[in-house]
Design a protein around this ligand. Structure first.
Ligand SMILES: Nc1nc2c(ncn2[C@@H]2O[C@H](COP(=O)(O)OP(=O)(O)OP(=O)(O)O)[C@@H](O)[C@H]2O)c(=O)[nH]1
Length: 351
């Protein structure tokens, strides 16, 4: 008898903590004797988050685009191959932080027509500090994207609560509840949550699309469509009677997101690199990389999210590039490239 593979979509804005949650969830399944698999989507052309996933976990990468638009068509085939080749007990789809989850939800549910899989949850990780900042401004595409990600969720993890005050946390919880009244919500630091929630989700009968959270999200979005197309989460044709008329007005929520990938020709000095990162313009809100420095012997996985830097020592089994990916809105790629090249040159002048 064929078994139906549960699928969970991990959504959340860039740097909110999706990979932090994913690594804990993978460990949880493996400790329970189950085999999880991952489909990871990155905007850049290297999968840096994949470095944090254990080598034994089957993983498919969809790079250089966002599944919710450019490579959505491939999603079904990738999921099918993952299932046929590895026979996992559960699959996580980690979206790029810029993805519109409703479209990925459509992609996964379309794929379940081809292969025996069932979408069990859409878990949105909310970056408390980012949401607070965007909420204060109260507008902008990123704010609307965060709203969409929250509305569509069947589970909400309000993460990075260490970066906001207790009063702001209460306000955020209240605001999120206005957008999504049904998804269970847990406030966390580093996504530490009782992972038995995953058993509950896997065992629930019926696909996620039939659960109240999704009905709520759809109902809200159709109402919303009448007034403001740009902010609507649910503009995909299969959810919309006026598909063709609206297609032209469909703004992919991440049209404005820019990615710059820099492959270093030479290692750079760690302090100079940190200084450059600390002075990045506010428009660059996310960066990550694998870096070899002239003044350290280890390789580092570098993370930069909400202006916080983090360096984790790594020992990859395969050869990895010396690379950094920068993500933001309307920043000058050429200025950034020039600054990074200057760092490389500074080292070669010194030596
Ligand atoms: N201060 C703080 N930092 C956190 C928390 N959770 C995660 N981080 C850090 O935030 C950074 C980004 O976390 P990730 O888990 O990589 O975020 P992501 O959503 O996978 O990022 P993208 O794949 O770029 O969208 C890392 O440096 C984490 O260690 C938290 O609760 N508080």
């Amino acid at each position: 008898m064929n078994t139906i593979v549960p699928v969970h979509i991990l959504s959340g804005f860039l740097g909110s903590g999706k990979t932090t949650f994913l690594t804990q969830a993978l460990d949880y399944y493996r400790l329970s004797g189950k085999k999880p698999a991952v489909l990871m989507n990155e905007l850049g052309d290297v999968n840096l988050d994949g470095m944090l996933v254990d080598d034994e976990v089957p993983m498919t990468e969809m790079l250089s685009g966002c599944i919710c638009c450019t490579i959505r068509g491939d999603l079904g085939m990738e999921l099918r191959e993952l299932i046929l080749e590895h026979k996992p007990d559960v699959i996580f789809v980690e979206c790029t932080g810029a993805a519109n989850p409703i479209e990925i939800l459509d992609g996964v549910t379309d794929a379940s027509l081809l292969t025996e899989m069932e979408l069990k949850s859409l878990i949105t990780i909310v970056d408390a500090a980012q949401l607070l900042e965007r909420h204060k401004k109260g507008q902008g595409k990123t704010y609307r994207l965060m709203q969409d990600q929250i509305r569509c969720a069947s589970e909400l993890i309000l993460n990075k609560t260490d970066l906001v005050s207790a009063a702001d946390l209460l306000m955020l919880e209240h605001t999120i509840r206005e957008w999504n009244q049904v998804a269970p919500m847990t406030a966390t630091v580093k996504c530490q949550i009782d992972l038995t929630m995953l058993d509950r989700l896997d065992e629930a009968t019926g696909a996620l699309a039939e659960q109240p959270a999704m009905e709520h999200a759809h109902a809200h979005d159709h109402k919303h469509d009448d007034h403001d197309h740009e902010g609507a989460a649910c503009t995909h044709p299969s959810h919309n009677e006026h598909a063709h008329a609206e297609e032209d007005q469909h703004h992919h929520s991440h049209d404005h997101v820019m990615v710059y990938t820099h492959y270093f020709a030479n290692p750079v000095n760690s302090e100079q690199f940190e200084e450059l990162v600390s002075k990045l313009p506010a428009e660059i809100y996310r960066a990550k990389g694998i870096l070899q420095f002239t003044d350290t012997s280890s390789l580092f996985l570098f993370q930069f999210a909400y202006r916080e830097m983090d360096f984790v020592k790594i020992t990859p089994k395969e050869q990895v590039p010396n690379v950094a990916v920068f993500i933001g809105e309307h920043f000058s790629k050429s200025k950034l490239a020039a600054d990074l090249i200057a760092l490389e040159q500074a080292v070669s002048v010194e030596s």
